[in-house]
Design a binder for this molecule. Structure first.
Ligand SMILES: *Cc1c(COP(=O)(O)O)cnc(C)c1O
Length: 409
């Protein structure tokens, strides 16, 4: 009979195998503690964390600002439902609406990215319905990722095998091409849902012409521009929101991952006229925007602003990006290096997982996107010296791999 104690990595993996649904391909490490950019495993080994909880831990692990906000709010009021008003939720909404829409917008809170995407889809549909355009589709893109719930999955258009029937009302266009989008909008599509930089799909940067073009097309055809910034917002790309680089203001903005600095919270923001398509009863969530989640997100966003972290993340990102580009010139199995700020992908000519595994063995955590892309998402608080160390590990792993490829071993 399996029993937990004393814990070892093997025993944890066995327990996971026995008692958890097999939805993840995990790396064989058990993490028990974190501090800043560093994680410690069950065996006491140290790792530089360039995954950061998949872009969630923007202040690193156990940042005092996060810990203190959680502790203080936990001692005050954790949860009491949306049947009543609470202070942190209103304060957080006000701050986010000021940042995204200069004060002329509204927020809805939930717990995750997929849920925020669902909220955005419902809002766009209700808005269209109120203007006599019910039943028309939303334009999405190839290689997109919007989450795993049924609506978000339908919008994603991948990982769908065995899950039919999916909600209808989504059409998929090539990422980066305006022509097919225009055709759909001419045909009556009510909205465009897009990531400014596709993350999970392999770190594909939309670029200024494409995003601005989408904004113009949406204006021309009376459609809503919904930006899924679950991964790119909160300073990740060098601005608070990635669209600020390109000036393509969204009608609806979807946030999650980094918003709570590692605590689960998601948010749908919309400019006021769009937000007012919702009436009481149209949408809701038991835990959404509860005092604990809202208080920690509020502390995180205030800290980002006070420390000018988005801009500094952009600067540190230059170091990471130029280091990776240098490797691109040296190793022929690197197809392309793409990214912005502290969000980088190294596309390889073959599977990336073996190399991510080698990095793990050398004490560096990186993730894999779209099978062939090594993805780097360090916390915004990462030190320049930690970026240098991470690049050294990657260089070493690539060099070894290159020697093996050329028949050395
Ligand atoms: C991760 C992600 C989601 C889904 O977020 P969850 O919190 O995992 O539901 C949605 N959109 C984008 C762009 C993401 O990166």
């Amino acid at each position: 009979m399996w029993s937990p104690e004393p814990w070892t990595t093997d025993r944890v993996m066995e327990g996971d195998f026995l008692y958890l649904m097999p939805t993840y391909t995990r790396f064989p490490r058990v993490f028990v503690r974190g501090r800043g950019t560093v994680l410690f495993d069950l065996e006491g080994r140290e790792y530089l964390d360039f995954v950061a909880g998949i872009a969630a831990n923007i202040l690193g692990h156990c940042h005092p600002v996060v810990v203190e906000a959680l502790r203080r709010q936990a001692e005050t009021l954790i949860h009491c439902s949306n049947l009543y008003y609470t202070l942190p939720q209103v304060e957080l909404a006000g701050l986010l609406v000021r940042l995204a829409f200069g004060g002329r917008g509204k927020a809805f809170f939930c717990q995750s990215g997929a849920e925020a995407v669902e909220g955005a889809i419902k809002l766009a549909r209700k808005y269209a319905y109120r203007r006599g355009r019910a039943g028309q589709p939303i334009v999405c893109f190839k290689n997109a990722f919007h989450g795993r719930t049924l609506g978000a999955l339908a919008a994603t258009g991948r990982y769908t095998e065995g899950f039919d029937p999916l909600p209808a009302g989504f059409v998929s266009c090539p990422f980066g091409e305006l022509g097919p989008v225009e055709a759909e909008l001419q045909g009556g599509a009510i909205a465009v849902l897009v990531e400014p930089i596709q993350g999970e799909g392999g770190v594909w940067v939309a670029g200024p012409e494409f995003l601005r073009g989408l904004r113009e097309l949406c204006d021309r055809y009376g459609a809503l521009l919904i930006l899924d910034e679950v991964q790119t917002a909160m300073g990740r790309t060098g601005r608070m929101f990635a669209w600020e680089h390109w000036g393509a203001v969204p009608d609806i903005l979807v946030l999650a991952k980094g918003l709570g600095g590692g605590f689960p919270i998601g948010c749908v923001l919309a400019r006021s006229e769009v937000a007012e398509a919702f009436s009481p009863g149209d949408h809701g969530s038991t835990f959404g925007g509860n005092p604990l989640g809202a208080a920690v997100a509020l502390a995180v966003v205030r800290f980002l602003l006070k420390e000018d972290l988005p801009r500094r993340a952009g600067e540190k990102g230059e170091l990471l990006g130029s280091g990776l580009r240098e490797l691109e010139a040296r190793f022929p199995f690197i197809r392309e290096v793409r990214g912005r700020g502290l969000m980088w992908g190294v596309e390889l000519t073959g599977p990336a997982r073996p190399l991510a595994f080698e990095c793990l063995e050398e004490g560096l955590l990186v993730s894999v996107a779209a099978e062939r892309v090594l993805r780097f998402l360090p916390p915004l608080t990462v030190e320049g010296e930690e970026i240098t160390r991470a690049l050294e590990v990657v260089e070493r792993v690539f060099r070894r791999f290159s020697e093996k490829m050329s028949g050395g071993g």
